[in-house]
Design a protein around this ligand. Sequence first.
Ligand code: 13P
Ligand code: SF4
Length: 299
Amino acid sequence: MIKLIQRLKEEKKAVILAHNYQQPEIQDLADFVGDSLELAREASQLKECRLIVFCGVRFMAETAKILSPGKRVVLPVNEAGCPLADMVTPADVLQMKKKYPGAVVVSYVNTSAEVKALSDVCCTSANAVSVVEKVPAKQIIFLPDRNLGWYVQQRLPEKKILLGNGYCFVHERFTVLEVKTVREKMPEAEIVVHPECKPEVQKLADGVYSTSGMLRRARESPARKMVIGTEVGLLHRLKKENPGKEFYCLGTAKICPNMKKTDLKSVLEALSKEEPEIRLSEEVISLARAALERMLLFV
Ligand code: 13P
Ligand code: SF4
């Protein structure tokens, strides 16, 4: 199957992009693996290819389409969504805007294209603090992740962040008890967590990072053991890129079922049929693109 995928990919001038949470065989097959920000940047810079096979969840494939509208973008599994992204609707954004007319809307990239189209600027977990810092307004409507919003508020007390009430059910499963247990049993390990984790978990960790931030920290940290409070899929790259170090999941392995829906069979099928394609209206693309491009210009 891998050989077939590689042959088809060449024939069709396709590029395979994959998120850090994808299954190991998909990560190993991809032309580029990264976090949401790196994948958005990569999609905006692709020149030669005609077709993008996006191995991740819907909002990421939509982002690739918005930033590369001339290319065909396919998401191998149509049902690979992100429940966090579904926690804010365009109607919610309009309501918040009406309630706080002077505020600037910063939406997490984990949102639908329609929500992005109503936002002033987007951010990812890797650049949320620097985006909000640069926004020329004190009042910020931050949607939808309440934990990432809390993380940003702690670092920018001069801003007034009006929080959405969304959360990632995968990251919310990390607990204070899991952090305390690791501290007791493995005191030499460094504990890093994603900003989608609850505030009480973030407070106890040694560092809070996006998935690319964790990969960087793993390379730079003097610690030989690292425990990660994020989706288990990141372990693959951490281990591959740091053979002399040990990596563990914080508590039980936390799995994002949507990220795991993509497999070799669905990638092969998506490549051959060029479906399911991401289709967005021209208007949504152009409005959402402005919010994403502002983010890419800011950081
Ligand atoms: P990153 O941008 O850190 O890769 O996170 C994406 C995501 O979906 C986290 O759950
Ligand atoms: Fe969405 Fe959470 Fe899965 Fe990330 S880990 S894609 S935020 S459900």
